[in-house]
Design a protein around this ligand. Structure first.
Ligand code: HEM
Length: 165
């Protein structure tokens, strides 16, 4: 018998739903709001840092500060927030697996997160070798900054949209 991806997802969701951890999350009503609060705090840290970096790259903020001073302070906050989002997001999934895993918007959100991580890495890597890298390529840097902002904002939008699809 051949399993389609949809059937496989249903099996995974049913199994996750029946685990003791999922049952605990479903029974204890304080767990989901608490975990969502941590998810939101990590989003605030990530988005705040992302905006400081990208607004500097675009040229709207702290133009007199060398870019490397800003990125070396704020990009580590983005990397630190991501594992917290992964852990809290996973707890939310375990509590109600089908709500996210079978939701197209959730799948889009994960894809966008991978794109945003790739963009942040591709932006930051050359700066480490040459702190002047983006100062010498202002136009390209601005395009990078705008696309990065849009992708992170789309992730927030998708995160909220999951509840309505
Ligand atoms: C890294 C892996 C991540 C996972 C596995 C994950 C998973 C989830 C899940 C399961 C929900 C609950 C959705 C619902 O049931 O309505 C959620 C909510 C949300 N997520 Fe994530 N997420 C992750 C990262 C992120 C990131 C990077 C952002 C944005 C920068 C983000 C933004 C949001 C927002 C805005 C909500 C709605 C919160 C609310 O309405 O209380 N998530 N996430």
């Amino acid at each position: 018998m051949e399993l389609t991806i949809k059937q496989l997802l249903t099996l995974v969701c049913n199994w996750l739903d029946s685990t003791a951890l999922s049952q605990f999350i479903q029974r204890e009503t304080w767990v989901v709001p608490s975990v969502q609060t941590v998810h939101l705090l990590a989003i605030a840290a990530l988005m705040g840092s992302m905006l400081v970096v990208n607004l500097r790259v675009i040229g709207f903020y702290e133009r007199n500060q060398p870019l490397i001073n800003i990125t070396s302070r704020f990009i580590p906050v983005i990397w630190a927030a991501l594992p917290i989002l992964l852990i809290t997001g996973s707890i939310l999934i375990i509590g109600e697996p089908a709500r996210s895993l079978k939701n197209n918007i959730f799948q889009l959100k994960i894809l966008l997160i991978l794109v945003a991580i790739g963009l942040t890495y591709a932006f930051n890597k050359p700066l480490k070798d040459n702190p002047e890298h983006w100062e010498d390529r202002e136009g390209l840097g601005r395009i990078f900054g705008v696309i990065s902002c849009l992708v992170w904002i789309a992730i927030i939008f998708a995160g909220r949209w999951i509840a309505y699809v």
